[in-house]
Write a protein that binds this ligand. Structure first.
Ligand SMILES: [Fe+2]
Length: 262
């Protein structure tokens, strides 16, 4: 099992549910975007009401969150719109609070469980807070990936594709990346990936083929091997999570067959 392929999810059209769980203060609402039944991993959008508070606690799953709107103080960090944070299992998360309220993109890698008993030593260090909208954090793709990513099909664009590598799990190849497509972005080949890829579109527009244009507030999930392209875009800011190594074979236009090695 894995995360389900989804052609398009419009976040504002996903029904909200009241989130009730042991030790979780009342008031949060969730939108279920995707999950992996095998691991219990979930992709959620979480709405936090103004003035919400939660006492000290920890969680048994690794968490990643992006503040889409509003403010959130968590693990001693004061986060606002555009802040991304990786919170490993066992991190002291609370007290948590929000002044204005917040909307969060929220990933867990295992079942979410609020814990208030004795806390283990976190398995990994707490990540740095990263402001994904701060352009000084954006690196040209080849620099960020040290030559791993093939950009030969990115066509004749003056401004390089840029990105922030937010998280990488060396053992599995999983990673979380913010990538930015410049104006006039157009690839010259089709592509597919060997691992499941989730993308939240945050700004601008990105088309995965001429008929499918994605804008801020939308989401898609590619299952491994789904051919897409040619990808085009204009000032697109995309938050992407790969559930395995980021491999993107290029398929020349006009190719008649492909082996996705599934
Ligand atoms: Fe792709």
């Amino acid at each position: 099992m894995a995360h389900s392929g989804k052609r398009r999810v419009v976040l504002d059209q996903v029904p909200q549910r009241v989130w009730r769980a042991p030790h979780l203060p009342f008031g949060l609402r969730t939108r279920h975007i995707n999950d992996d039944p095998e691991t219990g991993a979930q992709t959620l959008v979480v709405d936090v009401p103004p003035g919400w508070q939660m006492p000290a606690h920890w969680n048994s799953a690794d968490l990643e969150l992006l503040v889409r709107d509003g403010d959130l103080t968590i693990a001693g960090r004061r986060c606002r719109r555009g802040h991304y944070l990786f919170l490993p299992a066992g991190t002291e998360l609370g007290p948590i609070s929000s002044t204005e309220g917040a909307t969060l993109i929220f990933w867990t890698d295992a079942p979410f469980e609020v814990r208030t008993d004795e806390r283990p030593t976190p398995s990994k260090p707490l990540g740095e807070t990263v402001d994904i909208f701060d352009q000084t954090n954006w690196l040209p793709v080849q620099e960020a990936f040290a030559g791993v990513t093939d950009t030969s099909s990115h066509g004749d664009i003056e401004v390089p594709t840029q990105c922030i590598r937010l998280r990488r799990v060396e053992e599995t190849g999983k990673d979380t990346i913010l990538f930015v497509l410049p104006r006039r972005f157009a690839k010259t080949a089709l592509e597919f990936h060997h691992s499941t890829e989730e993308i939240f579109f945050l700004d601008g527009w990105c088309a995965t083929d001429p008929e499918h244009v994605y804008r801020a507030g939308e989401y898609l999930c590619w299952e491994p091997g789904v051919i897409h392209g040619v990808v085009t875009g204009w000032e697109a800011i995309c938050l992407s999570k790969h559930h395995g190594p980021l491999t993107s074979p290029q398929i020349p236009l006009g190719a008649t067959s492909v082996d996705a090695e599934r």
